[in-house]
Write a protein that binds this ligand. Structure first.
Ligand code: SF4
Length: 230
């Protein structure tokens, strides 16, 4: 075939949808609206300050997403986004701009009334972060399977309101690797109300060993940086 006669079509990555995902085309964009949280999970990278973004700042963030990316869903994260006093307005804003709003929450601040308000505002679904790296007041589970009762409570609550997806996140470390099956088997028994379960590998910087770390050409102490970031 003569390329002069049949030139290759010009590809615009912003016109791609889903696979292959690229910097400009992500199935899900990630919006952090606050550092505040009502839990302290091992391995959390947030500073836990009460510094909620204003609606204007969030609107500006959304403008950037709209300009630079093509996403189907907007994951609303924090901190815990339910700590933001204007969470209902934020969900509405995202929904009005054409994204599916997904709330990533530990669920502690969730009430039936708030769930109804979020549904009315157009929330598409929830991802509840529940695992044994947390010290929760609503579950005293010592192993992952013991948290399934709490997971079920949220799954049923969302299902009873209807029309919203329900997913769960679980951090997995060496200590809990052999417990993955306990949530997996539980989730498989309830596919009608547990839509997704996500396993996140626990990550933390390696602070010891034969490694030198540099920032802008200067040797730095990784242990010190990690401590200062807490
Ligand atoms: S629930 Fe999320 S934001 Fe809160 S401490 Fe845990 S990981 Fe961090």
């Amino acid at each position: 075939m003569n390329p002069a006669v049949n030139p290759a079509p010009e590809l615009n990555p912003r016109s791609f949808y889903r696979l292959p995902w690229s910097l400009t085309d992500n199935g899900i964009s990630w919006l952090e609206i606050t550092d505040a949280c009502n839990l302290t999970c091992e391995g959390c990278y947030r500073p836990h300050k009460v510094n909620h973004k204003t609606l204007q700042q969030i609107s500006d963030d959304l403008d950037v997403f709209k300009r630079e990316r093509k996403s189907d869903c907007m994951s609303i994260a924090g901190g815990d986004p339910l700590m933001h006093p204007q969470i209902v307005e934020i969900v509405k804003m995202i929904n009005d701009r054409g994204w599916k709003a997904i709330l990533n929450t530990n669920g502690l601040a969730m009430t039936r009334d708030l769930l109804k308000q979020l549904k009315k505002a157009g929330v598409a679904g929830f991802t509840f972060h529940i695992d044994t790296t947390q010290v929760r007041k609503d579950s005293r589970a010592k192993v992952e399977g013991e948290h399934n009762e709490l997971r079920m409570k949220f799954a049923e609550m969302v299902a009873e309101e209807g029309g919203m997806a329900c997913s769960f996140n679980q951090t997995v470390s060496w200590d809990t690797l052999d417990q993955v099956k306990d949530t997996f088997i539980w989730a498989r028994k309830h596919p009608d109300i547990v839509n997704t379960i996500v396993y996140i590998l626990f990550r933390s910087p390696r602070l010891t060993g034969d490694f030198d770390f540099y920032a802008n050409g200067t040797k730095v102490s990784m242990a010190e940086s990690y401590e200062n970031s807490k």
